[in-house]
Write a new protein. Sequence first.
Length: 285
Amino acid sequence: MTMLIPVPDLLRSSYDEKGRTMWPNGQRVPFDRLQALSARDTGRATPGTIRALVAVDAELRSLTGEGNRHTEAYRPWSFQERQRVALDAWIQAGRPAKGDAAWRTGMRSAYVASPGQSGHGWGGSTDLHVYVLAFPGIRPGTDAALSALWDVMEPHGFRPIIADPKINASECWHFDHFGPLDVVRRMFYEHRRDGAQYRNPYGLTMQAGHALVGTWQGGQTQERYLQACILLGGEWCGLVDGRPGKLTREAFVRLTGSPWPDGGVVEAINIVRAVEPVQFALAEL
């Protein structure tokens, strides 16, 4: 069972009833003709992310007359897995261009994170149709328009995945809402030079998100949940790998002020969840 819930109907997808983002005449689909994001299988997120999405939507409507156009928010583990396989096939073939002899149907050339390492999988990310959002006095599909969107998104806790608002940059459409996981993200970045296992702090943060909301499908879910809760409480315990060892036990003692319980992981989870910072952070998810 996961924490993910459907987004409210007022949030719109970037597609009309025929699955189009643009009409044949080259015009963008009018906002009132867009499907509700909740009508699509990607229209799910954590409660905290939904609150932020709704707040952004309200601000955009006041500024531009319409809200965001969401290409997708949630992405199931199985879908992420298939898309990653398609990317790996393209890489193994030497990254051929479409039309080359090595190109095969089903390949994917755009980057896809491994399952468990994407914010889409735990309900903390959204992709937007950034090329058509029209701010007063700013031409759509420009760096200036993307920058204006950043100015609205960032105060509500959304982080763009690229460093600068460049509309031609890959992934310029992707925004993460870490919420209380921001403390986890900071710790993984602080420890990224501690060893090869920490060199993907972004992906490791997303693994913690999966463990917390119940979308992890790699086994050892209780152990991973415990480790993620300890990180959420601000104590470093290393990887969310489902193998609680010395780092996890030491962090547990620092966070709770209690010795490691005789009841093991289940009792440890109950103790950690009762710690006020963890209670607050879980409520904010």
